[in-house]
Design a protein around this ligand. Structure first.
Ligand SMILES: Cc1cc2nc3c(=O)[nH]c(=O)nc-3n(C[C@H](O)[C@H](O)[C@H](O)COP(=O)(O)O)c2cc1C
Length: 195
């Protein structure tokens, strides 16, 4: 049941910032992530690992994000009204997103291997985003400071010395689809070298 073709999806897909409250069923999420897993992957390492937070499972994840922001100084720890309001609205914002897929991989110490793993994980993410779009589902690829906080990684059960968080994908049915900002003509970036 793919309503749109691949080339249309590549251009039509937008990053989604506003989601409907409806949840996506597990079979569809598995399907989308399966398309993700057809990404190219050197040595067939398939380095991607996914923790998919949803329903009540979002609570501890969101609490860990808030705690991380406080640890790294992006949010105050005080009990004053302003801080508590800010924390409350941040929690509410994150909790109303139907699904959060945290994508991580085992960090390679060899620089070349590391790049190979990260590149494959990014290809996985983009494949999944495109497949999701074909199913009428939106995503937002996010990279935020808590992903670099070892305390956060430990709090969600990762090994901060060997697990690298690549991204968190916010997932749901789009409430609003942003306009197409277009792209720079490829001719501005492309150089044919024929001799
Ligand atoms: C690696 C990566 C990280 C991103 N991180 C964020 C983010 O943290 N917050 C955000 O709003 N958008 C993020 N984006 C989405 C971009 O802002 C978005 O792709 C860009 O504005 C183009 O819009 P489009 O995806 O709708 O074409 C990220 C995209 C990539 C590829």
């Amino acid at each position: 049941m793919i309503p749109i073709d691949l080339l249309t999806a590549i251009k039509a897909r937008r990053s989604i910032h506003n989601f409907k409250h409806d949840e996506i069923d597990h079979a569809t999420l598995r399907e989308i992530l399966t398309y993700g897993s057809y990404a190219p992957t050197h040595y067939m390492k398939e380095p991607w690992q996914i923790k998919l937070y949803e329903k009540g499972g979002k609570q501890n994840f969101v609490d860990a994000i808030i705690a991380s922001y406080q640890r790294i100084g992006m949010l105050k720890t005080s009990d004053d009204d302003k801080t508590q309001k800010m924390i409350g609205s941040m929690k509410q914002f994150l909790l109303q997103i139907p699904h959060h897929a945290l994508i991580y991989f085992k960090e390679e110490t060899d620089h070349v291997r590391y790049e190979e793993e990260y590149a494959a994980v990014c290809a996985f993410i983009q494949n999944a985003q495109l497949a999701a779009w074909a199913y009428g589902i939106g995503m937002l690829w996010t990279i935020t400071p808590y992903m670099h906080d070892k305390g956060f990684a430990e709090e969600i059960g990762l090994d901060s010395s060997s697990d690298k968080i690549a991204a968190v994908m916010q997932i749901g049915y789009p409430e609003k689809i942003p306009r197409d900002k277009g792209r720079t003509p490829i001719g501005d970036k492309l150089e044919f070298i024929s001799e």
